[in-house]
Write a protein that binds this ligand. Sequence first.
Ligand SMILES: [Zn+2]
Length: 145
Amino acid sequence: MSFPVTKTIKDAIRADIGQSVTFVMEGTEVPCSSCLVSGYYDSVNNVSLDQFCPTCSGNYWITNDSNAIIVSHVRWITGEQSDFGIAGDIKQGDCIVTVDIDSLSEEQIANVKHVLIDDKKLEIFRTIKRGVPERDRYRFTLREV
Ligand SMILES: [Zn+2]
């Protein structure tokens, strides 16, 4: 006997095992590697001497994004769950992601540019610390961008 795998069951399994979510954070500025080795640093103007550099476009400084891939509990918000508040049917977010509080530092959260889930790009709309009695997880409300 085989059981039909419905979406509900798949969602339940996913909720139990978690899902890898990529948090893309703004990294620190580093010198352009090709301008650095060529010595093209204009220290007076803090730019590259090679304004046509294909790597940095003459900026000299490059900000590398850093990724944190974290197993999270992901719950997509369907249209029926919209918040019927005073202003009417306002969607509060597209997705709620819960992660262990040790997965990300507050500094990392502050630097999150966007979040990637299932090839979708989302932005953090609200961050809440949850857990009783200890705050042991973050709950992010995300909006698709
Ligand atoms: Zn360069």
